[in-house]
Design a protein around this ligand. Structure first.
Ligand SMILES: [Zn+2]
Length: 306
């Protein structure tokens, strides 16, 4: 069968129960905001490629927006309020325009809905990006709310332990700020850049490495997966900014990125644990076009759909 399709009503297609159901990926047009940074423009292109069947049989489904109540599970009420209101309690019009707010709420909700879908059907993902730098009290590095953290808490309603594998070029200091002390959350972070780095405080639950040579990259990814051996659910922050031409490390090729995506999916499948992805960094800094960046992210979708 070919082709994905956008299914705003959330009605899933026929499944005969014999084969695993097709991959459902969360996306709605609200995710994309024209004229802004790649984190909020690229999802539309990726969705278009999925609809054209380029990732195999994949369903696109619109998530429910995250609520302020949900955001307050992972962020301080002050941080949440300051995003929506000015100091007089009025909705602010300015830096956070309504389309940008909608984008953040839709894509954060996509992380929650991806967890629910993976608990039912084994795997899912969301075309959400801009997540892991957001800390409890503040946004940071293009990330306002930490959808990875929200996804982890959602999964913990049903499983005992959750692993967050962060393979963005930069470190997930925001995720560590919110969940570093949580006894049921394991963090594994392989970086090629020290931005937003963090220091493990619990060797049982924390894995952190900054790669110093491209030849060692995939080995470090395997070590990171090994550190998550005991988790019941995997949240994968699939960053493309590690790729040498997307602002990453010289010597990390597209072939290595493809292998990396397969490695992560095979690992989760072999352990029969539900797994979801989010799209992390992938920028035009290295000279790529937005289409080329979208094609890179499609590698993650393809690996999950296979
Ligand atoms: Zn990054």
């Amino acid at each position: 069968m070919t082709g994905g399709r956008f299914d705003p009503g959330g009605v899933r297609g026929h499944n005969d129960g014999m084969s695993p159901p097709p991959l459902t990926v969360f996306y709605s047009p609200a995710y994309a905001v024209e004229g802004k940074i790649e984190t909020v423009t690229k999802s539309k292109l990726i969705a278009g490629m999925i609809e054209a069947g380029k990732a195999g049989e994949v369903w696109l489904e619109a998530p429910k927006f995250a609520t302020r109540k949900e955001l307050e599970l992972i962020h301080s009420p002050e941080h949440v309020r300051s995003t929506f209101e000015d100091k007089h309690g009025f909705l602010e019009v300015g830096a956070w325009s309504q389309p940008l707010l909608d984008s953040i709420l839709a894509s954060t909700g996509g992380m929650r809905d991806a967890v629910k879908e993976a608990l039912k059907n084994g795997r899912s993902g969301s075309l959400s990006s801009g997540l892991h730098h957001a800390r409890r009290d503040a946004g940071n590095g293009f990330c306002q709310f930490n959808g990875l953290a929200l996804a982890a808490l959602e999964a913990l309603k049903n499983v005992k332990t959750v692993g967050i594998l962060d393979l963005d070029a930069h470190a997930g200091g925001g995720t560590f700020d919110i969940l570093g002390d949580h006894p049921q959350v394991h963090l594994a972070d392989v970086t090629v850049n020290s931005f937003d780095s963090w220091e493990p405080t619990d060797p049982q639950r924390h894995f952190y490495v900054e790669v110093d040579h491209p030849k060692g990259y995939l080995g470090h990814v395997e070590d990171a997966l090994h550190s998550l051996e005991r988790v019941d659910f995997l949240i994968y922050n699939a960053g493309m900014d590690t790729y040498e031409k997307a602002g990453g490390m010289k010597g990390i090729t597209k072939d290595m990125i493809r292998k990396r995506e397969k490695l992560v999916v095979h690992w989760a499948k072999a352990r029969k644990i539900p797994h979801i992805f989010a799209l992390a960094g992938g920028y035009k800094w290295g000279g790529l076009t937005l289409e080329e960046i979208a094609e890179l992210h499609l590698e993650t979708v393809k690996a999950f759909a296979a």
